[in-house]
Every structure is written in C-alpha cells, then in structure tokens.
Write a protein that binds this ligand. Structure first.
Ligand code: 0A1
Ligand code: ZN
Length: 891
C-alpha cells in the first residue's frame, strides 16, 4: 500500500480551516517535458479558528517543489516539512503572500485526476481532491478563493487556452509561445478550478437571460466532432431557460464554456464557467448516437449547468455533504428531462436504475447513508446512494411540502447561503423555515443506510364501507447499524384506490380532502411509526390498493397482490408508473414460476394471464407507445438478482430467456404487425418523445421476434441493419443478431460485426457501442470473446470509456458468462483490477463492484469471488481507492 495505514476520515472530526486563501494567482507553463506551476496565494488566518499558532499545512501530491517564499522572502528548508501528501510551514504571519513553484508531468498522469493529457490536449479534473496534484493548496471545499490563471503554451500545438471566468488578457511570447489570462470573479473552492489547452474547434451561440443579459455559449471539441454539438447546445439553452422558469436561477458570468475530452473518469464536471465533459456525454448526432445517448447528453448538460447554483454558488462545506449538491442537482435534472420528454418514461427509467443498482448497493458491503459518516477515499463515494437515492430524498421533501413551498424553500436556501459552503442541515432548515414543516424525523434519510421495507395489509368492511390499510416498516442491517438500532423513517406513501370502473375517491378518516387533487383519487399518507393503520370511509366496493404511486419513496413495499389484481392495475390505473410496476410484478411472478420449473427439470408453460395482457397492450392502438414499450420489457436479470436471497445465475438466465421465447411465439402475429407498422416510415429523424417511443417499441418487437425465431425475423434484423439511418435502429439490429442462438445467426453476426467496425472505426463512441454489443452477448464463450477484444486495436485500457464498454459491460451485464461456475470471470476481473490499480485507481475501484456482491451467491461462487478479492488485497501497492472497497467487501 502507498501509505502503510490508510486513514479513515470522519464527519464528526470536521474542523473549520486554520487559514483562508482570499486570492489565488496561478501561472502555468506547459511544455512537452515538464509543466511549471507558480502559485501566489493571499493567505490569512481564519478569524473563526481557535488555534492562532497553527502551522500552515497545505495538501500536495506527485509534485516537485522548486521554490517557496513568503512575502518575497525565500522560506528556508529548515522552516518547512515535506511529506508525500503535505507541505507544512511552521511559523507564518497572520496574513501573507505565499509563493510556490512546482513541477508536474501531466503527460505521465494516467489517473486522470489533476492536470493530465488526453490525446492532443491538456485538461484538468479537480473534484474531489485533484487540485493538490497541480499545486500545494488548502484543497478542501470550505476554502473559497478568487482565482486568476495565466496559461503559457506553444501556440501552434495549443492555440486554445481556457480557464474559469472571463478572459482578461492574451498575447504572443517568444519562441512561438503565447499566453491567456482568465479571471473568475466568483470565489470558489479549488475543486471547481479548470484549465484546458489544445487545438480545439468551437461552436458558438448566445443566450439572453431573464434580465436581458447576453451570454456567450461555446462548445469546444476536436474538429472532426464539430457536427455533433448541436444537441448539446440546444440542451444547454433549454436548461438555462428552465432554471430561470422553474427555480428563478439566472446565469451569472458573461460566458459559459463546455469542452469535450476523450479520457475522463466520470460523465462530466461542473467547473465554474468551464464545464469539462466526457465526449460520450456531449457529442450526439442521429447516425452515431442512440436515443439513450441523446437523452444522456441532454440530462448531463443540464445537470452540470444546474450545478452553477446547486454546487458552485452554494457549495459543500466538506465531502460528507456531497449529496447536498449531487442529490439536489440530480433531482433538478430529472425534473428537467421529464419536462423535455416523457415524464413517465423518465420516472420508470430512474426507478428501474434505483431499484436494481442502488438497492443492491444498499444491501452490499459498501452500503452507506446518503451522508456517509466516514470514508478512506472520497472518490469511492460518488455513488448511486449519494446521487440517485439523494435525489429521491429531495423528491420526498418536494412531495411532502408541495411544489410551491418547495420552491420557497429552495429560494431561501440560495439566498441564505450564496457564496458559502453549506451543509445538508442548512438545506433542510431552509425547507423547514419556508414551509413551517418539521423535518427532524425526516433527516434520518440522510443518516441511516439501507433500503426500508414496508409491509402492507388491508381489510374491508362492506357494511360500513370502511377500508383499512396497515403499513409496517423496518430497515435491514447495514455495515453502520443493525436493524434494531434503526429508527423509523418518515415515509410519504402515495396511494390510490382502484375500483371496478377506475380510481375511487379517497376519504381518509380524520383529514380534510387534498387541495392538490380535486377529484380526490390519490393521497399521500405519511408513515412515521413502525406500524400505522390508515382508515378510509365511504368506499362502495373493496378497492385494490395502488401503493407507492410514482414511487413516492425509495423503499421496498410488499403487498400480497393476486395476479388478477396486478392485471387490473396494469390496465386501469391512471398513474403510468404504477401500471408499469404492476406489469413488472406480474412478470416477476411468472419468471419465478419458470425458475422453479427450471430447477426441478420440468417444462414450464407461461401463464396465459401475462401473454394475454401483453396481447391486449399490443392490440390497443390508443395506448401510449412509450408505455407499451416499457411494459413489454421483462425485468432484467440484474433486477431479478437483486430481489433474490441467493442469486441462481443459471435459473434466472434460462428461465427468463424461456419466458421471452414463449411470449415471442405466442404473440408473433401481434409483434410482427407492430414491427411492420413502425418500420419504413419516411419521417425525418426526431428526438421527440413520440419518435423515441416508436423506435423503442419497434426494436423491442424485433428482439422478441428474433428471440422467438420467427421465420422472417433474422432477415428483418439484417434488413434493418443495412437500411438504418440512425444508431438506435442500427445497434439494436446488430445486438439481436449477435445474441441470436438460431442456426443461421452466428455467420450473419460475424459478418455484421466486421462490416460495422469497418464502417465506424473512426468514430470512437460508435466503436465503444460495438464493444458493448459483444461484451453483452449471452451466448457461450463470452469470456474468450472479451479477452480477444482486449487485444483488438479498438481497445485501450487507459481509456475509461473503453474499460467501461468492454470490461464493465461484461462483468455487470452478462451474468451468465461472467459468473460462469468455473470462476474464470472472477480471475479475469481481478487481473484487470490489478492492472488498473496502477494506472487509474478510481476506475479500478469502480470496476470492483460485481465482486463485492459475493455474499449473494452460492457457496462455490462465494469462495471463488473471495479468492479473487483476496488476491487483489495481497497486491503490494494498492491504491486507497481499491484498498477501501476490497477490504470493506471482505469484512
Ligand atoms: N461533480 C460531477 C461528477 C464528478 C465527480 C468526480 C469526478 O472525479 C472524481 C469527476 C466528475 C458531477 O456530478 O457531474
Ligand atoms: Zn453532479
């Protein structure tokens, strides 16, 4: 290990900084060999700190310190102490100018943290603690400073030089060098600093704000990608308008820039005025980008833009507060996407992700509350829990307060804390003060880990027309606390009561009717006790309870529905999410039957209830096609694994495949009709919700048809592959061919893969989709295919997108191959982690996730997975990132 004993950092140990840095002046000279960073910091003691004699301790890593002076006088060697992670200067005045000169080598930085080189450009990634790899600094989010940055570089190689804020100077220097100086008038923590130098092309536009200021918008990309920026630009302008209209937030600088880079650890980064994006989250055009890709670009562009207020203007006091900016911003971007496209589809997709992956995180060894109490490496806590569950927590506040009070709360929060580093308590207090509601019990959502379980039981008395619903809550053990130690959550449970003809009016005993719902057909119950009974009166018939409408809380809710009740909700409820959820429940029940039969070696015939429900949906032309497409998708293997006590890899895979095949055969005529009715329409390409729904339904129909081996299906797929004018249709056809186990398929798939590569080899993001399609292929010999692809010119282990596309896709989405009983998949992943640990610890730690779930598997797999983890742990030079995940997993 790098440090003998990696230190755990605790929230309870938070102390305000001993020093503040009012101004930060950076002078960065980029040359092929070394980069020289001269930093001049205006430092003063923090008046709020107790220790007036404290030494100045700056963070710094992987740098060579060439010079250090205070107020122009050199600091002697004896006056400071250098450690691998700090520079300590013992006796310093109360206020002074500190100048340091450091040398770094961005071209050797494969961690993609700090300043690094990606292809032909230099760029930075400073969140969470990357700035300390650029210069010695107080690298913590509660130290806010006014930055001025001058960049010097060779003009021919790096004509574009960017940093945060406004360009204040530029000019030519000797020897073909040039410089640019940027000044950011808004104080910010170092994690929001950015610098870019490269030979970049730009598309430009403007946005006029609500107070009539004109903002210059610029997207910088490599020249070959100029034709893929329009969607990001349109998304940015939509996001700017939406934030004004929905949150009253206006943009503050006169310029907003986005830069696309190929090598990036995450999706994108919200650096002040200079967002840096993974190319996969900014570039899009129909020929190369799927509908999912377009939606991702729209969502991520908006997310980063929204951070300008929720994250930058009001930032986090410390990294334990990460969800303060991330949970809130994910909630904001989800609502934006819902407003731009289909609200139901967006909700279903988000809930599906949460229930599959975040619930699994909550049930695993890395489980942590939305605000973790401790960490070894903060990079490991950019998790689904902090982001997606954090967003659900904000959504629950929105549900409890209502839209209007929530907006008042958000206004108050921004007003109170503008220019400050805030805490989750500050956010909740603003919501409480604006609404008059007491959220003290609610804050347990921030401090207790695990997915709460609610059990619902009901009874109906025909004579009195009274219907009773009893809800019981509990929360399973997690690493921080046992189920007994956990306190009841404050849970908004949105409900509807479904009668024979539709949704019934709800009269909850002892309350006034809701103002929000004049027809009174839905209601938000507030569950605060371990057990609570709710009584409803005036019910003319026994209703079917529709619970957790819109997924009003991130919980697992159990109610003993009959299959007939589920089909009733599926066809009659007026909440799209609830109809989808009922359909999933029915499909899960059917697949569970099929798994049972698989295990006992018996044949299984699919419940006609599901087949007929699907038939009805396919035949009903009045239905929203997006809804039909959503309902036809069977629960994923990952979801089936999450809800299992012990994952039966083979039973899940083969039973699900069998159910799909039987449905495809039973519904062949309807599927073919659906497919044909949606094919060959000569409409211009559009990313509207309707057009996306049509493509999605068409491609699901195709995948069923091919899976069911309908006689014309392979030909249809091939025809679609050849005539496709957009990547959604093209990659869908390729994927169904690649996964088909019918006799003629392998030869066709081989040819199709080769042709596809020839056609798209110069488009990195398309080649990545080609890697994913093969990594996800469920036919036998999956690992061999992946190993062969790792030798392909298209693969590069230093590029995170390629690692995610090949290794990540295989290990996370291809269970039947990755979890092969011989354990070869686990050994393979361990080998990759060991290689990545040295190159890029953040990516290495993230790729570990599938191995951390070992407790969910049978004994033999458990042993093999642990063996792989132990082999990683025995490595002599483990990064903090990998050490934390492996050691916590083995505990
Ligand atoms: N704040 C960014 C995500 C991000 C986080 C960490 C990074 O490097 C470790 C990079 C980006 C966001 O939420 O979009
Ligand atoms: Zn974010």
């Amino acid at each position: 290990m790098k440090d003998a004993q990696p230190k755990t950092i605790y929230l309870k140990d938070y102390r305000s900084p001993d020093f503040l840095i009012d101004k930060t002046d950076l002078h960065v000279v980029l040359t092929d060999d070394v980069t020289c960073v001269t930093a001049t910091l205006q430092v003063r003691r923090n008046p709020a700190t107790e220790n007036k004699q404290a030494p100045l301790v700056l963070n710094g890593q992987d740098m060579i310190l060439k010079d250090v002076s205070i107020d122009g006088c050199p600091v002697q060697n004896s006056q400071y102490v250098l450690s691998p992670e700090t520079l300590t200067i013992n006796e310093v005045p109360d206020a002074f100018a500190l100048k340091t000169v450091c040398e770094i080598k961005p071209q050797e930085n494969t961690s993609l943290e700090g300043l690094y080189r990606s292809r032909t450009m230099y760029c930075t990634q400073c969140e969470a603690e990357g700035f300390r790899k650029i210069t010695y600094y107080l690298d913590r989010p509660d130290v806010l400073s006014e930055f001025t940055t001058t960049i010097v570089a060779d003009k021919a190689q790096f004509p574009v030089l960017l940093s945060n804020g406004n360009l204040i100077d530029k000019g030519e220097l000797d020897n073909g060098q040039h410089f640019a100086s940027w000044h950011d008038p808004f104080k910010k923590p170092a994690y929001l600093f950015a610098l870019v130098a490269g030979d970049l092309s730009v598309i430009e536009d403007t946005f006029v704000t609500c107070s009539n200021r004109t903002i210059d918008l610029k997207i910088f990309v490599e020249e070959k990608d100029l034709d893929k920026c329009d969607h990001a630009m349109a998304s940015l302008k939509n996001a700017m308008r939406w934030d004004e209209e929905v949150y009253g937030r206006e943009y503050d600088l006169d310029i907003f820039m986005i830069v696309a880079v190929d090598d990036f650890n995450m999706g994108a980064m919200e650096n002040k005025g200079l967002n840096i994006f993974n190319t996969s989250c900014v570039l899009a055009k129909p020929e190369t980008t799927t509908d999912m890709g377009f939606q991702r670009v729209e969502g991520v562009v908006a997310h980063e833009y929204f951070h300008n207020w929720s994250g930058n203007r009001v930032t986090c006091r410390d990294w334990f507060q990460l969800s303060l900016k991330e949970g809130f911003t994910v909630f904001r971007d989800a609502e934006f996407s819902a407003d731009m496209g289909s609200r139901t589809v967006k909700r279903v997709e988000d809930v599906s992700l949460l229930r599959t992956l975040q619930f699994a995180e909550d049930a695993g060894p890395m489980a942590h509350p939305v605000r973790p109490p401790s960490f070894i490496e903060i990079s490991n806590f950019y998790t689904l829990t902090v982001y997606e569950k954090g967003a659900e927590v904000v959504r629950m506040i929105h549900t409890l307060l209502g839209a209007e009070k929530f907006r008042q709360g958000s206004d108050l929060y921004f007003e109170r804390h503008d220019g400050e580093a805030a805490t989750i308590e500050n956010f909740v207090a603003a919501m409480e003060d604006a609404s008059g509601r007491d959220l003290s019990q609610f804050t347990r959502w921030y401090s207790q880990a695990g997915t709460p379980r609610i059990t619902a039981k009901d009874s109906y008395d025909e004579a009195s027309g009274i219907y009773q619903l009893t809800l019981t809550q509990s929360c399973p053990d997690t690493p921080e606390a046992t189920t007994e130690e956990k306190q009841p959550f404050h849970i908004p449970v949105a409900i509807g009561l479904l009668g024979d003809a539709g949704n019934l009016a709800i009269h909850l005993q002892g309350t006034e009717p809701d103002h929000d719902t004049p027809d009174n057909t839905h209601k938000v119950l507030e569950l605060t006790q371990a057990e609570q009974t709710f009584s409803f009166e005036k019910l003319p018939e026994r209703p079917i309870p529709v619970l957790l409408r819109g997924f009003s809380a991130p919980v697992k809710l159990e109610f003993d529905y009959s299959r007939e009740q589920l089909t009733a909700i599926m066809s009659r409820d007026d909440d799209g999410y609830s109809r989808w959820d009922a359909c999933q429940k029915l499909a899960v029940a059917v697949i569970h039957d099929a798994m049972q039969a698989y295990r006992s070696g018996q044949p299984y015939i699919v419940d006609t209830l599901l087949a007929e429900a699907y038939r009805t949906i396919l035949n009903d032309s009045s239905l929203d096609q997006a809804m039909v497409a959503l309902m036809l998708q069977l629960p994923s293997e990952a979801y089936l694994s999450e809800i299992a006590d012990v994952v039966d890899v083979e039973a899940i895979h083969f039973a699900r495949q069998d159910v799909r095949k039987q449905l495809a055969v039973a519904l062949e005529a309807e599927l073919l009709h659906t497919y044909n009715s949606l094919t060959g329409k000569d409409k211009p390409f559009s990313t509207s919700a309707e057009a996306v729904a049509e493509r999605s339904l068409k491609n699901i129909a195709l995948s069923y048809l091919v899976h069911g081996e309908a006689s014309s299906a392979l030909a249809l797929a091939q025809q679609q592959l050849q005539s496709a004018t957009n990547m959604t249709d093209e990659i869908s056809a390729l994927s169904v061919l690649v996964n088909s186990d019918s006799e003629a398929a392998p030869a066709m798939a081989q040819q199709a893969l080769a042709d596809f590569f020839t056609r798209w080899q110069h488009e990195a993001l398309v080649v990545n989709q080609w890697l994913v399609a093969q990594a996800n292929c469920v036919l036998p010999e999956g690992l061999e295919r992946v190993k062969t692809l790792m030798q392909h010119e298209a693969f590069d282990i230093k590029n995170p997108n390629k690692v995610r596309s090949l290794i990540g896709a295989f290990c996370n989405n291809n269970a039947i191959n990755f979890h092969h009983a011989d354990g070869a998949g686990y050994e393979f992943l361990a080998d990759q982690i060991i290689t990545l640990n040295e190159l890029n610890p953040q990516i290495a730690a993230r790729q570990l996730t599938p191995l951390t779930k070992w407790r969910k598997y049978d004994e033999s797999r458990q042993a093999l997975m642990c063996k792989a983890l132990e082999r990683i742990l025995a490595e002599p030079a483990l990064s903090k990132d990998v050490y934390e995940v492996v050691s916590k997993s083995l505990k």
